[in-house]
Design a protein. Sequence first.
Length: 493
Amino acid sequence: MSSEHVDVLVVGAGLSGVGAACHLQVECPDKTYAILESRGAIGGTWDLFRYPGIRSDSDMFTLGYAFRPWTGAKAIADGHSIREYIEDTAREYGVEDKIRFHHEVLSADWSSADARWTVTARRTDTGETVRLTCSWLQVCSGYYRYDEGFRPEFPGEERFPGEVIHPQHWPEDFDATGKRIVVIGSGATAVTLVPNLADDAAHVTMLQRTPSYILTQPGTDPLARILRSRLPANVAYPIVRWKNVLATTALFQASRRWPGAVKKVLRRLTEKQLPASIDVDTHFNPPYDPWDQRLCLVPDGDLFRHLRNGTASIATDRIATFTETGIQLESGQHLDADVIITATGLNLLPMGGMTLSLDGEQVDVSETVSYKGMMLSGVPNFSMVIGYTNASWTLKADLVNRYVCRLLRHMDERGQAVATPVAPPEGADLPFLDLASGYVQRSLAALPKQGRRTPWKLHQNYIRDVRLMRRGPLEDEGIRFSSAPVRAERAVA
Ligand SMILES: Cc1cc2nc3c(=O)[nH]c(=O)nc-3n(C[C@H](O)[C@H](O)[C@H](O)COP(=O)(O)OP(=O)(O)OC[C@H]3O[C@@H](n4cnc5c(N)ncnc54)[C@H](O)[C@@H]3O)c2cc1C
């Protein structure tokens, strides 16, 4: 067994992992911890993605940490500023020194006899294998594959002689000047890329098979501007944060209750921003209800501005084949292109690809049930951060990270060493995520299930979760505690 042991081992140094460490630092100062990060940098998503215009698509007052005000001018911020914010937070909280870069976690095995995890990592710089033990494992590895974005095969690809680029692997030296560019996709990445490339390109066409709902939001928050000029940051920030929580919750709940009415409002808002030549019902009328998939935000209507001034256009059609000069659509239209960008999404990857085992027996995560959206039935002393799909990721990450600290302190006070969630007695059959988006649907089979009631149900509702996780009891029917190491029993759905 390895000689190095930490109380808590965090996997990943992105927004969630750095947040977890800050909470540990402040709320559990007696605990030892380390962060293993497979890349050579802090920031995760916000360091990896480098395409032009990369930005958040939720506001920074909720994507920022509850404990450290976002003081940037923009509410919808660029990737670079978000990376800096995460780095500055890590520095300010003394977390930087705890990060071990180039450590990719491959597996973790729980020993019931020792009540600890043995974690195996591979050094991505030297190839060396490293082993550590920990009493608690906190996985903050995000939700998608870093090495490869999702990229369907298109017919006739070999015919196209120009560059085909996936936004996850953006070439540093790319120059859009004077080029005719087709961006395939209709999600957050496509609607970010189109206006940003259109500034320099000869023309940009957004080619989508299915439209998305797109909502314009001010790039800077008017309330934040006023409050910041009159109040200290730590007073203004939570006010704007709660205003945005309530606004996004209200829009989501309204979409669920009155989808037809919300659809109409979104259609009207979109139509107002379009030139007469672009038909709202052809290009901005998705065949699903608002929030069945994530809603796309565009800051200050930048996408619509480019559609109006003609530097960008939109096509809603199916690809028949790539050609020597661009893309032939099934309708018969041809899109001329020098460059094609496949903004076709992510490959979901639960727990950064690592495997879990209990006393040598591998855990099939798809057979487990999530407890409060952060632990797995039958898996002791383990937690993970998966953010909201209908609100900013960090709202949930903050709740989970705080909850883990509460739980650790609670266990210490009561002399308990092991916390193991159990599956609901009636079983659980709901998928972990209820988004209709392709990247979610492609991966549901590999994710845990959720139950139909608290504490196994994921409410995707911050206000409810605040009550449950910040103030709610730590002991309930969904979790068992034990003081002395006992053999972990696997509870499955
Ligand atoms: C382009 C893009 C835009 C987004 N915009 C928003 C937005 O506006 N609002 C929002 O709420 N969400 C957004 N998201 C979701 C986004 O991923 C989260 O907001 C947030 O960045 C997640 O932070 P994280 O730390 O949990 O995960 P990540 O940012 O993915 O970081 C995970 C870290 O874990 C490391 N890691 C992974 N596996 C291992 C392993 N096995 N061993 C060691 N280290 C590992 C990775 O290298 C990485 O550094 C966006 C996602 C993308 C891709």
